[in-house]
Write a protein that binds this ligand. Sequence first.
Ligand code: PLP
Length: 324
Amino acid sequence: MSATFEKVALAEAAVFAEAITPHLASLIDPHDPNDPIARQFLYSAAEQTILPDELGDPIGDQPHSPVKGVVHREPDRVLLKPLQLCAAYCRFCFRREQIGPDQGLLSDAELDAALAYIRDTPAIWEVILTGGDPLVLSPRRLKHIVEALSDIAHVGVIRFHTRQPVSNPEAVTPALIEALRSRKAVWGAIHCNHVREVTPATRAALARLVDAGIPLVSQSVLLKGVNDTAEALDALFRLFVELRIKPYYLHHGDLARGTSHFRTTIMEGQALMRTLRTQLSGLALPLYMLDIPGGAGKVPVGPQYLQDGTVEDPRGGRHPYSTS
Ligand SMILES: *Cc1c(COP(=O)(O)O)cnc(C)c1O
């Protein structure tokens, strides 16, 4: 089917932002029909299949947004979304209907109001910069935000979530990293789903962040046809540890509209985690997480080792153990 036909179909049905960076495009193997980069970033006609239980705002950002650009669901931490742009758009993104080239930056007045909300809410201990991708901001704008947050006494931790070291590693410049410097603790969460995303340039960008004193954790999404095998996840999590990134969360696919071709079942995810427990260190194992549709929050979803008065060991043996 021609690209033109797909574009027409997209315009008439659901519209989700499309963009890929030259760096990511250069990684696609045109001879591999299951290329993990192509599957994650290139439009597929399967996106036009929208299931009845899929949602425009699957994890419930909007009901928890007290002011534009802020999501406050957990008492001690908020999301601050200074922009709704990314360098490349993941086809499975749970914010795919909120982000894109037409969404842009918060205005200066909107950013001031968002910062004022954080300043006026003493329960907020951690501010999570997300979006969009906060490392797409200019160093000047990022520095302004980091400095404003650093000046708030009750803010103890600034965390940023980014895919930029994967999507556009050369953009993670020393000037951008300098803009993240703060008297407060600054942590980074790196979004990466497959070892093929990690090139020498990406390794170098990640090393620049860690060498600047920024501890990194990972976030991955369990994606059918990309990383839904024990081999793919084992390789990914070991690579994170070698790159000084602590595997943090493996997310179950959110119910974003037009993403059912990416979702496994929870039982499949649990079986993968059970296998990984037999072969990976605790340092290399993330938690398998579900963000409950509608905005009730995130919880680990197994697997369970302790049940009915027995506990299972990593090799599958069962041993009596009471829970009470
Ligand atoms: C994911 C998320 C967080 C952060 O959750 P952690 O478990 O601390 O990583 C905070 N607020 C909202 C609204 C979120 O969606």
